[in-house]
Design a protein around this ligand. Structure first.
Ligand code: G16
Length: 548
């Protein structure tokens, strides 16, 4: 018997040439996505590259930024025309990135579209993005994103089904010919996942006993999840949440949880009556920043402390098989892994590189300098998970956050760390800098520099131990004889110009040095890094736009 299907229209178009996904999906200005057929061309290329089974099930949602809901309707129309038979969509079009990954896994979906430009600004003048995650919940691997780009240049026609307008506010099922759409309130699913990992009774009791939490949602997607978990389930008061209402333009702010963009929270951490734990998450809920009274936990320290104490947290009490960090991330976690006798993997920047390691059971925790941390519970980084991990640690260790950090540094030494971001409006200048630096690498080893010598200089290449793939040109590193390290790479998440990231790191074991702030300990390294790469001469940019 023939099944009745939605009417489908074929549309002809001219392909675009610029749809190569970056570090995490395709990110462009909203105006670029609003060009005729731009979104459809990319999504069509994803469908062609993904080769989904007939009657596939997909998850669909985003961080609520401007253009989110319109994109959901248009992607749903393409999906139906491609024979997708089930769509799971977040209520109000909202799904945080880790929750989308979780839903893909828990609903046994064949993949999902995540509509986000993460921490990039939103609104009509801001950025938009589309990311495709595969059936494991992981971001599409590099071979697939290369294929998507190749196919996007060949799309001259696509098909769309005619769907009625979707009411994304109302949860429940919408039955259409050949297509079932389920609008889900994902906060319950996510809270249940977190309850399986953390000791909610102990955390609630600590909050009842006076532990004070402050969470800044930065008007991104995490507000509803934070309210459900921190307030409804753990009993924190409403004053614990800041900017917890998702807004399409993030209130005009840059929703990036770092000390510069979340300066207000940092100021609260420095007040005399600072809460015990302060944290922020980004637009799509995958990044996190952790603070305590007069303390900032750098992302590299965060994953290191988590690893050192993971057996105290119920979901990790059985231990983890290993850990991973991206190459530019501080090596603080390596020192802990070595002490625990665990393997520590070094991957390129980009969460997708952790996913094979997670999927094959080689690692149980991973983290990145860009304020991302997570575990094998999903295949994305997870902001609220990181906050709960720290809250659980404060509860079981019974020590204030600054004391936990100080004890960690006392035992393992401190990896002073800083990232400098140089915004270079003319991307050609940035490419020139990279080419020149690459050419200079072989001659750097052995050169004397103030106070020490360059031990080695190379370009990072990753050999994936699971699928054997090789990823070249993943950042240039300069190692000094005193153990300090400089790393250079270009950002893959921006939407205009180029951003050169310079990562500085020095490991200190002496109490005097440990007590110093990173900007003091790393000052000479910053000067050396700028000199080696001839940043000012080649680009005309003399100062970083950000020091994080
Ligand atoms: C993405 C990736 C991360 C990466 C970060 C920074 O994060 O998922 O793995 O570390 O970009 O990338 P870049 O240095 O190339 O700008 P998000 O939170 O933006 O999705």
């Amino acid at each position: 018997m023939n099944q009745t299907l939605l009417p489908v229209t074929e549309v002809t178009c001219t392909p675009y040439d610029d749809q190569r996904p970056g570090t995490a999906g395709l990110r462009r200005k909203v105006a670029v996505f609003q060009q005729p057929h731009y979104l459809e061309t990319f999504v069509e290329a994803v469908f062609r590259a993904a080769s989904l089974p007939a009657g596939a099930r997909l998850v669909l949602g985003g961080d609520g930024r401007y253009f989110n809901d319109e994109a959901i309707g248009r992607i749903a129309a393409l999906a139906a025309a491609h024979g997708v038979s089930e769509l799971v969509i977040g209520q109000h079009g909202l799904l945080s990135t880790p929750v989308a990954s979780h839903l893909i896994r828990s609903r046994r979906a064949d993949g999902g579209f995540l509509l986000t430009a993460s921490h990039n600004p939103g609104g009509p003048e801001g950025d938009f993005g589309i990311k495709f995650n595969v059936a494991s919940g992981a971001q599409a691997p590099e071979a697939m994103t290369d294929r998507i780009h190749e196919l996007s240049r060949q799309v001259t026609r696509y098909r769309v089904a005619q769907l009625p307008p979707l009411d994304l506010a109302r949860t429940g099922k919408i039955g259409l010919p050949g297509l079932s759409i389920e609008i889900v309130d994902s906060t319950a699913d996510y809270a249940a996942l977190m309850q399986g990992l953390f000791d909610f009774d102990a955390m609630a009791s600590a909050i009842r006993g006076g532990l004070r939490l402050r969470f800044d949602g930065m008007h991104g997607v995490t507000g509803p999840y934070a309210k459900r978990i921190f307030c409804d389930l753990l009993g924190a008061g409403p004053e614990s949440l800041l900017r917890a209402e998702p807004l399409p333009d993030f209130g005009g702010l840059h929703p990036d949880p770092n000390p510069v963009d979340a300066a207000e929270l940092v100021a609260q951490s420095l007040a005399a009556d600072a809460p015990d734990l302060l944290a922020a998450s980004d637009g799509d809920g995958d990044r996190n920043m952790i603070l305590g009274p007069h303390s900032f936990v750098s992302p590299g320290d965060s994953i290191a402390v988590m690893l050192a104490h993971h057996r105290h947290v119920p979901g990790y009490a059985g231990g983890v098989p290993g850990v991973a960090r991206s190459m530019p991330t501080s090596r603080a976690v390596d020192v802990v892994a070595e002490a625990l006798g665990l393997p520590c993997f070094e991957t390129p920047t980009g969460w997708r590189f952790f996913c094979n390691l997670l999927e094959s059971g080689r690692i149980g925790l991973c983290g990145e300098e860009s304020f991302g941390t997570s575990s094998a519970h999903v295949r994305e980084k997870d902001g609220i998970w990181a906050v709960l991990f720290w809250l659980n640690l404060l509860t079981v260790l019974g020590q204030p956050l600054p004391a936990i950090l100080a004890a960690h540094w006392h035992r393992f030494g401190r990896h002073h760390y800083q990232r400098e971001d140089y915004f270079i409006a003319d991307a050609a200048r940035a490419s020139e800098l990279v080419e020149e630096l690459r050419a200079s690498l072989p001659g750097l080893a052995g050169q004397s520099v103030p106070g020490t010598r360059i031990l080695a200089a190379d370009e990072f290449s990753y050999h994936d131990p699971v699928d054997g793939s090789v990823s070249d040109h993943q950042g240039m590193r300069v190692l000094l004889e005193d153990g300090a390290r400089i790393v250079y790479r270009l950002s893959g998440t921006g939407t205009s110009g180029a951003t050169l990231r310079v990562y500085l790191e020095r490991h200190s074991r002496q109490p005097n040095a440990i007590a110093q702030p990173p900007e003091v300990v790393l000052k000479d390294l910053a000067t050396l890094a700028a000199r080696i790469a001839r940043i000012a001469e080649i680009t005309g940019v003399h100062e970083p736009q950000y020091r994080i």
